[in-house]
Design a protein around this ligand. Sequence first.
Ligand code: PHE
Length: 360
Amino acid sequence: MTDLAKLESETLAAIAAADTLDALETVRIAALGKQGSVSALLKTLGAMSPEERQQKGPLINGLRESVSGAIASRKAGLESALLNERLAAERIDMSLPAPEAPQGSVHPVSQVMDELAEVFADMGFAVATGPEIEDDWHNFTALNIPETHPARAMHDTFYFPDQMAVDGKKMLLRTHTSPVQIRTMMTQAPPIRIIAPGRVYRSDSDATHTPMFHQIEGLVIDRGIHLGHLKWTLETFLKGFFERDDVVLRLRPSYFPFTEPSVEVDVGYSEVDGKRVIGGSEKWMEVLGSGMVHPRVIANCGLDPDIYQGFAFGTGVDRLAMLKYGMDDLRAFFDGDLRWLRHYGFSALDVPTLSGGVGA
Ligand code: PHE
């Protein structure tokens, strides 16, 4: 049995000398692995006579236990050394001051866009997007605004230089979200029900106009769509958004090149302490442009206007935010003033849901 004692002392020495987990694993396999030295001894037990087994069995098993016990304790030691090393390296400087309150807030424009998406998702609308750098075909021509049309001049468009034309198309910063109507009709088959919130650009600046602002477009294309569907949709949208049942709409005939007939939509409000409160029909303000999609626009997108009809609408997201949350200067929206953001911003946890209320 001196062989056994020798094997034990050698193995225990190798375990003690293993200074990494990998080295220890090598020693373990050499002793206790399938082809290991201790395993080989254990296998000899089967061929022994009962008397011999009674004598050597406890010795060999004792060897296995002492080796596996030594490996386990060496492993625990190496692991805790490793952990201590990591803890020392990953020290956190606790002397850094903690912020007094959570920092950052959700901008009212983002919040209102989320609210709008929530209200319209409930009516089965998906969210669509398009590029802010557009070509004049999508922004104007396809929307029935040909080159000579006075509406082009009315949009105060930011054009890119002629050298930057793409495939002969003049590039510009989109002046409205209506080009997303075109992009959607050209890539999706009806029935279509989308909203498209996003940034738009016009060369204009005063208390109620900024060169960049936000619009939301709506588009429905299907068979048998009429003005009644438009009115119901806008009424349901505005009631949901302003969270009031007494929202009253007034539809006025208007003109947009891409809708026929076109309707401008006013919403009733009253003035309380100098602030506008939506509801009732005391006073009116315009909130939306809309109408039935012009048959020529539907045809421009490759659809048959004798089969498909639809309505579209567009409105300013910033203005909706101002109305709902009572801000009075649009320019402050884009100043990045922390005091303004702290006052009007929303908590990241304030996720609008219809069940929880889409309001503040
Ligand atoms: N695009 C129009 C604007 O910017 C709004 C609009 C959209 C009107 C859709 C009718 C239909 O003023």
